[in-house]
Design a protein around this ligand. Structure first.
Ligand code: A2P
Length: 347
Protein backbone atom coordinates (compact mmCIF):
# COMPACT_ATOMS: atom_id res chain seq x y z
CA UNK A 1 0.00 0.00 0.00
CA UNK A 2 1.54 3.29 -1.03
CA UNK A 3 -1.25 5.58 0.21
CA UNK A 4 0.19 7.05 3.39
CA UNK A 5 -0.85 9.64 5.97
CA UNK A 6 2.69 11.10 6.17
CA UNK A 7 2.15 14.86 5.60
CA UNK A 8 5.43 15.05 3.66
CA UNK A 9 4.19 12.60 0.99
CA UNK A 10 2.83 14.36 -2.12
CA UNK A 11 -0.77 14.60 -3.29
CA UNK A 12 -0.74 13.50 -6.91
CA UNK A 13 -3.02 14.05 -9.89
CA UNK A 14 -2.92 12.01 -13.09
CA UNK A 15 -4.31 13.87 -16.11
CA UNK A 16 -5.03 11.31 -18.83
CA UNK A 17 -5.46 8.58 -16.20
CA UNK A 18 -7.65 6.46 -18.50
CA UNK A 19 -5.09 6.39 -21.34
CA UNK A 20 -2.21 4.05 -22.15
CA UNK A 21 0.39 6.12 -20.29
CA UNK A 22 -2.03 6.99 -17.46
CA UNK A 23 -2.84 3.30 -16.88
CA UNK A 24 0.87 2.50 -16.83
CA UNK A 25 1.55 5.31 -14.36
CA UNK A 26 -0.99 3.73 -12.02
CA UNK A 27 0.63 0.28 -12.37
CA UNK A 28 4.11 1.76 -11.75
CA UNK A 29 2.94 3.70 -8.67
CA UNK A 30 1.67 0.36 -7.31
CA UNK A 31 4.68 -1.73 -8.39
CA UNK A 32 7.31 0.74 -7.15
CA UNK A 33 5.51 1.58 -3.91
CA UNK A 34 5.53 5.29 -4.76
CA UNK A 35 4.31 6.97 -1.56
CA UNK A 36 1.49 9.49 -1.90
CA UNK A 37 -0.93 11.18 0.49
CA UNK A 38 -3.77 11.49 -2.00
CA UNK A 39 -4.43 10.69 -5.64
CA UNK A 40 -6.85 12.24 -8.15
CA UNK A 41 -7.61 10.69 -11.52
CA UNK A 42 -8.55 13.10 -14.32
CA UNK A 43 -9.54 12.61 -17.96
CA UNK A 44 -12.01 14.04 -20.46
CA UNK A 45 -15.76 14.50 -19.90
CA UNK A 46 -16.17 11.12 -21.70
CA UNK A 47 -14.65 9.29 -18.72
CA UNK A 48 -15.90 11.47 -15.86
CA UNK A 49 -17.62 9.38 -13.20
CA UNK A 50 -15.91 6.14 -14.23
CA UNK A 51 -14.32 4.19 -11.34
CA UNK A 52 -10.68 3.07 -11.47
CA UNK A 53 -8.66 1.14 -8.89
CA UNK A 54 -5.34 2.28 -7.47
CA UNK A 55 -3.66 0.23 -4.73
CA UNK A 56 -6.90 -1.68 -4.19
CA UNK A 57 -9.00 1.47 -3.65
CA UNK A 58 -11.63 2.70 -6.05
CA UNK A 59 -11.35 6.28 -7.34
CA UNK A 60 -13.81 8.28 -9.41
CA UNK A 61 -12.43 9.88 -12.58
CA UNK A 62 -12.85 13.67 -12.72
CA UNK A 63 -13.44 15.85 -15.77
CA UNK A 64 -10.37 18.03 -16.46
CA UNK A 65 -12.63 20.91 -17.40
CA UNK A 66 -13.18 22.62 -14.04
CA UNK A 67 -10.76 20.42 -12.04
CA UNK A 68 -9.11 22.35 -9.18
CA UNK A 69 -5.35 21.69 -8.82
CA UNK A 70 -4.97 23.63 -5.56
CA UNK A 71 -4.83 20.37 -3.54
CA UNK A 72 -2.24 18.84 -5.89
CA UNK A 73 1.51 18.79 -5.17
CA UNK A 74 2.50 17.07 -8.41
CA UNK A 75 0.44 16.58 -11.57
CA UNK A 76 1.39 14.15 -14.33
CA UNK A 77 0.00 15.22 -17.71
CA UNK A 78 -0.39 12.46 -20.37
CA UNK A 79 -3.41 13.60 -22.36
CA UNK A 80 -1.75 15.03 -25.47
CA UNK A 81 0.01 18.26 -26.41
CA UNK A 82 -3.03 20.46 -26.89
CA UNK A 83 -4.45 19.46 -23.48
CA UNK A 84 -1.10 20.29 -21.85
CA UNK A 85 -0.84 23.63 -23.66
CA UNK A 86 -4.28 24.59 -22.39
CA UNK A 87 -4.27 23.18 -18.85
CA UNK A 88 -0.68 23.00 -17.57
CA UNK A 89 -0.55 26.81 -17.00
CA UNK A 90 -3.71 26.52 -14.88
CA UNK A 91 -2.27 23.64 -12.83
CA UNK A 92 0.96 25.59 -12.22
CA UNK A 93 -0.94 28.79 -11.32
CA UNK A 94 -2.92 26.76 -8.76
CA UNK A 95 0.34 25.56 -7.15
CA UNK A 96 1.05 22.15 -8.69
CA UNK A 97 4.45 21.07 -9.95
CA UNK A 98 3.80 19.49 -13.36
CA UNK A 99 5.60 16.53 -14.95
CA UNK A 100 4.49 16.79 -18.56
CA UNK A 101 4.63 13.83 -20.94
CA UNK A 102 3.94 15.83 -24.09
CA UNK A 103 6.14 17.94 -26.37
CA UNK A 104 4.35 21.16 -25.34
CA UNK A 105 7.07 22.59 -23.03
CA UNK A 106 10.14 20.46 -23.83
CA UNK A 107 12.09 23.19 -25.59
CA UNK A 108 11.06 25.99 -23.18
CA UNK A 109 14.34 27.33 -21.70
CA UNK A 110 12.79 27.56 -18.20
CA UNK A 111 11.60 23.93 -18.33
CA UNK A 112 14.13 21.17 -17.63
CA UNK A 113 13.93 18.17 -19.95
CA UNK A 114 14.96 15.24 -17.81
CA UNK A 115 16.06 11.63 -18.09
CA UNK A 116 17.05 10.91 -14.47
CA UNK A 117 19.84 8.47 -15.45
CA UNK A 118 21.43 11.28 -17.52
CA UNK A 119 20.70 14.74 -16.07
CA UNK A 120 19.09 14.31 -12.63
CA UNK A 121 21.00 17.39 -11.44
CA UNK A 122 18.28 19.42 -13.23
CA UNK A 123 15.97 18.28 -10.42
CA UNK A 124 17.96 19.84 -7.58
CA UNK A 125 15.53 22.74 -7.41
CA UNK A 126 11.98 23.53 -8.45
CA UNK A 127 12.05 24.88 -12.02
CA UNK A 128 11.09 28.50 -12.71
CA UNK A 129 8.31 27.40 -15.07
CA UNK A 130 6.79 24.96 -12.55
CA UNK A 131 7.07 22.27 -15.25
CA UNK A 132 9.48 19.37 -15.81
CA UNK A 133 9.23 17.87 -19.28
CA UNK A 134 9.46 14.16 -20.02
CA UNK A 135 11.31 13.60 -23.32
CA UNK A 136 10.17 11.84 -26.47
CA UNK A 137 9.84 8.04 -26.25
CA UNK A 138 12.65 7.28 -28.75
CA UNK A 139 14.96 9.97 -27.36
CA UNK A 140 15.00 8.58 -23.80
CA UNK A 141 16.68 5.18 -24.50
CA UNK A 142 19.05 6.76 -27.03
CA UNK A 143 20.46 9.48 -24.74
CA UNK A 144 20.86 6.97 -21.91
CA UNK A 145 23.41 5.18 -24.13
CA UNK A 146 24.94 8.19 -25.92
CA UNK A 147 26.12 9.92 -22.75
CA UNK A 148 28.86 7.38 -21.88
CA UNK A 149 29.92 7.15 -25.56
CA UNK A 150 30.27 10.93 -25.76
CA UNK A 151 32.31 11.02 -22.54
CA UNK A 152 34.74 8.32 -23.71
CA UNK A 153 35.13 8.81 -27.48
CA UNK A 154 33.27 12.01 -28.45
CA UNK A 155 30.38 11.68 -30.90
CA UNK A 156 30.92 13.05 -34.40
CA UNK A 157 27.49 11.98 -35.67
CA UNK A 158 24.68 9.57 -34.80
CA UNK A 159 22.44 8.31 -37.62
CA UNK A 160 19.34 6.63 -36.22
CA UNK A 161 16.39 4.78 -37.77
CA UNK A 162 13.49 4.06 -35.44
CA UNK A 163 10.94 1.24 -35.57
CA UNK A 164 8.12 2.62 -33.43
CA UNK A 165 5.18 0.65 -32.06
CA UNK A 166 1.46 1.44 -32.36
CA UNK A 167 1.17 2.07 -28.59
CA UNK A 168 2.99 5.37 -29.19
CA UNK A 169 -0.46 6.57 -30.31
CA UNK A 170 -2.10 5.33 -27.11
CA UNK A 171 -5.03 2.92 -26.74
CA UNK A 172 -6.58 4.13 -30.00
CA UNK A 173 -3.39 3.39 -31.95
CA UNK A 174 -3.26 -0.18 -30.67
CA UNK A 175 -6.98 -0.69 -31.34
CA UNK A 176 -6.55 0.57 -34.91
CA UNK A 177 -3.61 -1.77 -35.58
CA UNK A 178 -5.65 -4.80 -34.41
CA UNK A 179 -8.70 -3.75 -36.41
CA UNK A 180 -6.72 -3.04 -39.59
CA UNK A 181 -4.87 -6.37 -39.20
CA UNK A 182 -8.17 -8.25 -38.81
CA UNK A 183 -9.61 -6.60 -41.93
CA UNK A 184 -6.45 -7.27 -43.97
CA UNK A 185 -6.38 -10.93 -42.89
CA UNK A 186 -9.95 -11.37 -44.10
CA UNK A 187 -9.33 -9.54 -47.40
CA UNK A 188 -5.70 -9.15 -48.46
CA UNK A 189 -6.57 -6.20 -50.73
CA UNK A 190 -8.32 -4.24 -47.94
CA UNK A 191 -6.22 -1.72 -45.99
CA UNK A 192 -8.45 -1.12 -42.96
CA UNK A 193 -8.77 2.11 -40.94
CA UNK A 194 -6.09 4.80 -41.32
CA UNK A 195 -6.97 7.55 -38.84
CA UNK A 196 -4.13 7.02 -36.36
CA UNK A 197 -1.67 5.80 -38.98
CA UNK A 198 -1.75 6.96 -42.62
CA UNK A 199 -1.67 4.83 -44.69
CA UNK A 200 -2.95 1.93 -42.63
CA UNK A 201 -0.28 0.20 -40.49
CA UNK A 202 -1.41 -3.43 -40.85
CA UNK A 203 1.29 -5.46 -42.68
CA UNK A 204 2.95 -2.16 -43.52
CA UNK A 205 5.66 0.26 -42.35
CA UNK A 206 4.99 4.00 -42.37
CA UNK A 207 7.97 6.38 -42.51
CA UNK A 208 6.17 9.37 -41.03
CA UNK A 209 5.46 10.11 -37.37
CA UNK A 210 3.94 13.40 -36.25
CA UNK A 211 3.58 16.32 -38.65
CA UNK A 212 5.77 16.98 -41.69
CA UNK A 213 7.99 20.09 -41.47
CA UNK A 214 9.00 22.42 -44.30
CA UNK A 215 12.54 20.96 -44.41
CA UNK A 216 11.20 17.46 -45.22
CA UNK A 217 11.88 16.02 -41.76
CA UNK A 218 9.00 15.12 -39.46
CA UNK A 219 8.44 16.76 -36.08
CA UNK A 220 9.27 13.40 -34.43
CA UNK A 221 12.67 13.46 -36.17
CA UNK A 222 13.27 17.06 -35.14
CA UNK A 223 12.32 16.24 -31.53
CA UNK A 224 14.99 13.51 -31.41
CA UNK A 225 17.67 16.00 -32.48
CA UNK A 226 16.65 18.97 -30.35
CA UNK A 227 15.83 16.95 -27.24
CA UNK A 228 19.06 14.91 -27.36
CA UNK A 229 21.03 18.17 -27.53
CA UNK A 230 19.15 19.68 -24.58
CA UNK A 231 19.30 16.61 -22.32
CA UNK A 232 22.98 15.91 -22.98
CA UNK A 233 23.90 19.61 -22.84
CA UNK A 234 25.53 19.34 -26.29
CA UNK A 235 24.05 22.14 -28.44
CA UNK A 236 25.99 21.06 -31.55
CA UNK A 237 25.42 17.30 -31.29
CA UNK A 238 24.71 15.89 -34.76
CA UNK A 239 21.85 13.36 -34.50
CA UNK A 240 19.93 12.68 -37.68
CA UNK A 241 16.99 10.28 -37.78
CA UNK A 242 14.33 8.57 -39.87
CA UNK A 243 11.33 7.73 -37.66
CA UNK A 244 9.21 4.82 -38.86
CA UNK A 245 5.99 3.35 -37.48
CA UNK A 246 5.92 -0.47 -37.62
CA UNK A 247 3.07 -2.93 -36.93
CA UNK A 248 4.30 -3.80 -33.43
CA UNK A 249 1.88 -3.41 -30.54
CA UNK A 250 4.38 -2.17 -27.94
CA UNK A 251 8.13 -1.57 -27.75
CA UNK A 252 10.19 0.79 -29.88
CA UNK A 253 13.42 -0.32 -31.59
CA UNK A 254 16.24 1.79 -33.01
CA UNK A 255 19.18 1.03 -35.30
CA UNK A 256 21.87 3.57 -34.41
CA UNK A 257 25.10 4.19 -36.36
CA UNK A 258 27.44 6.20 -34.17
CA UNK A 259 30.62 7.70 -35.52
CA UNK A 260 33.08 9.00 -32.93
CA UNK A 261 36.01 11.40 -33.03
CA UNK A 262 38.36 8.65 -31.85
CA UNK A 263 38.72 4.94 -32.68
CA UNK A 264 36.47 2.76 -30.52
CA UNK A 265 36.99 -0.64 -28.95
CA UNK A 266 34.07 -3.10 -29.14
CA UNK A 267 34.79 -4.80 -25.81
CA UNK A 268 34.93 -1.43 -24.09
CA UNK A 269 31.61 -0.34 -25.67
CA UNK A 270 30.03 -3.55 -24.34
CA UNK A 271 31.57 -3.00 -20.89
CA UNK A 272 30.52 0.64 -20.68
CA UNK A 273 26.93 0.04 -21.79
CA UNK A 274 26.56 -3.03 -19.54
CA UNK A 275 27.71 -0.94 -16.57
CA UNK A 276 24.85 1.56 -17.00
CA UNK A 277 21.97 1.20 -14.59
CA UNK A 278 18.80 -0.42 -16.01
CA UNK A 279 20.53 -1.35 -19.28
CA UNK A 280 20.85 -4.96 -20.46
CA UNK A 281 23.44 -5.77 -23.13
CA UNK A 282 22.59 -8.86 -25.18
CA UNK A 283 26.02 -9.78 -26.44
CA UNK A 284 25.54 -13.39 -27.50
CA UNK A 285 25.97 -13.56 -31.25
CA UNK A 286 23.21 -16.06 -32.02
CA UNK A 287 20.06 -15.14 -33.92
CA UNK A 288 17.57 -15.77 -31.10
CA UNK A 289 19.63 -13.78 -28.60
CA UNK A 290 19.03 -10.39 -30.22
CA UNK A 291 16.57 -8.20 -28.31
CA UNK A 292 13.17 -7.70 -29.95
CA UNK A 293 10.10 -5.84 -28.65
CA UNK A 294 8.34 -9.11 -27.78
CA UNK A 295 11.29 -11.00 -26.31
CA UNK A 296 13.74 -8.44 -24.90
CA UNK A 297 12.97 -9.21 -21.26
CA UNK A 298 12.83 -6.78 -18.32
CA UNK A 299 10.33 -4.07 -19.36
CA UNK A 300 12.14 -1.43 -17.31
CA UNK A 301 15.52 -1.93 -18.96
CA UNK A 302 16.93 -0.50 -22.17
CA UNK A 303 18.05 -3.52 -24.21
CA UNK A 304 21.06 -3.30 -26.52
CA UNK A 305 22.37 -5.88 -28.97
CA UNK A 306 24.19 -6.34 -32.27
CA UNK A 307 27.10 -4.13 -31.19
CA UNK A 308 29.32 -4.02 -34.31
CA UNK A 309 32.36 -1.88 -35.05
CA UNK A 310 32.64 -1.17 -38.77
CA UNK A 311 35.55 -3.00 -40.46
CA UNK A 312 35.82 0.02 -42.82
CA UNK A 313 35.81 2.69 -40.11
CA UNK A 314 37.37 2.08 -36.67
CA UNK A 315 35.56 5.16 -35.33
CA UNK A 316 32.06 3.92 -36.21
CA UNK A 317 29.77 1.27 -34.76
CA UNK A 318 26.17 0.08 -34.77
CA UNK A 319 23.78 -0.48 -31.84
CA UNK A 320 20.38 -2.18 -31.95
CA UNK A 321 18.22 -0.75 -29.15
CA UNK A 322 14.85 -1.97 -27.82
CA UNK A 323 12.85 -0.26 -25.07
CA UNK A 324 9.26 -0.32 -23.83
CA UNK A 325 7.99 3.02 -25.13
CA UNK A 326 5.04 3.30 -22.74
CA UNK A 327 7.14 2.52 -19.66
CA UNK A 328 10.75 3.69 -20.31
CA UNK A 329 9.68 6.15 -23.01
CA UNK A 330 6.94 7.76 -20.94
CA UNK A 331 5.46 6.56 -17.62
CA UNK A 332 8.58 5.08 -15.97
CA UNK A 333 10.71 8.12 -16.81
CA UNK A 334 8.00 10.35 -15.34
CA UNK A 335 7.82 8.29 -12.12
CA UNK A 336 11.61 8.27 -11.86
CA UNK A 337 11.55 12.08 -12.16
CA UNK A 338 9.05 12.20 -9.27
CA UNK A 339 11.17 9.76 -7.23
CA UNK A 340 14.28 11.91 -7.81
CA UNK A 341 12.36 15.04 -6.77
CA UNK A 342 11.22 13.30 -3.59
CA UNK A 343 14.78 12.15 -2.77
CA UNK A 344 15.96 15.74 -3.16
CA UNK A 345 13.16 17.12 -0.97
CA UNK A 346 11.89 19.23 -3.89
CA UNK A 347 8.57 17.41 -3.77
P1 A2P B 1 -10.55 9.89 -22.17
O1 A2P B 1 -10.29 8.43 -21.89
O2 A2P B 1 -11.62 10.46 -21.31
O3 A2P B 1 -10.68 10.20 -23.63
P2 A2P B 1 -4.40 7.54 -25.01
O4 A2P B 1 -3.03 8.16 -25.12
O5 A2P B 1 -4.38 6.11 -24.61
O6 A2P B 1 -5.21 7.80 -26.25
O7 A2P B 1 -5.12 8.33 -23.81
C1 A2P B 1 -5.32 9.73 -23.84
C2 A2P B 1 -5.72 10.21 -22.46
O8 A2P B 1 -5.94 11.61 -22.54
C3 A2P B 1 -7.02 9.61 -21.96
O9 A2P B 1 -7.00 9.52 -20.56
C4 A2P B 1 -8.03 10.66 -22.42
O10 A2P B 1 -9.21 10.67 -21.66
C5 A2P B 1 -7.25 11.91 -22.11
N1 A2P B 1 -7.78 13.04 -22.88
C6 A2P B 1 -7.87 13.17 -24.22
N2 A2P B 1 -8.41 14.36 -24.54
C7 A2P B 1 -8.67 15.00 -23.39
C8 A2P B 1 -9.24 16.27 -23.04
N3 A2P B 1 -9.64 17.13 -23.97
N4 A2P B 1 -9.35 16.58 -21.72
C9 A2P B 1 -8.95 15.73 -20.78
N5 A2P B 1 -8.39 14.50 -21.04
C10 A2P B 1 -8.27 14.15 -22.32
Amino acid sequence: MTLVSDPSAPRITLVGATGAVGNTLIRLIEERGFRYRGISLVASARSAGREMTVDGRSHRVHDLDGFDFSDTDVAFFSAGGSVSEKWVPTAVAQGALVIDNTSAFRMDPDTPLVVPQVNAHELDRRPASGVIANPNCSTIPLVRLLQTIEERWGIRQAVVSTYQAASGRGHSGVAELYEASRISLEDHEAMGPDEEFTPSLAFNVVPSIDRLLDNGFTFEEQKMLQESRKILGLPHLDVTTTCVRVPVVNGHSEAAWIECHNPVDREEIVRRLAALSEVTVHDEVTVGAFPTPRTAGHPDHVHVGRIRVSPQNPRGFWLWIVADNVRIGAALNAIQIAEALTERGVL
